[in-house]
Design a protein around this ligand. Structure first.
Ligand SMILES: [Zn+2]
Length: 81
């Protein structure tokens, strides 16, 4: 079965995904978290995942996109249908 999340994971790094969706990371890889309101960056973007020190949001690049659009990875069948 075609798995769009696996495909994204193979092609896109966490940093690329973050940048693509408008996150401005500074030199340390910190960005303002899109999942809670903040003025100082507390979301750290790693090579393959992210973690927010403010609200505890975490995941890989597909989890990031899923969270951003309010869809669960576990509900992807419904989403894709
Ligand atoms: Zn946060």
């Amino acid at each position: 079965m075609y798995n769009v999340f696996a495909e994204i994971k193979e092609r896109v790094s966490m940093q690329e995904a973050a940048r693509f969706y408008g996150l401005q990371t500074d030199r340390r890889g910190m960005a303002c978290c899109p999942f809670h309101n903040e003025k100082t960056p507390s979301l750290k973007v790693y090579d393959d995942h992210f973690y927010c020190f403010g609200c505890g949001a975490t995941g890989d690049c597909t989890g990031f996109v899923a969270k951003l659009f309010g869809i669960s990875q576990y509900g992807r069948q419904k989403v894709l249908m």
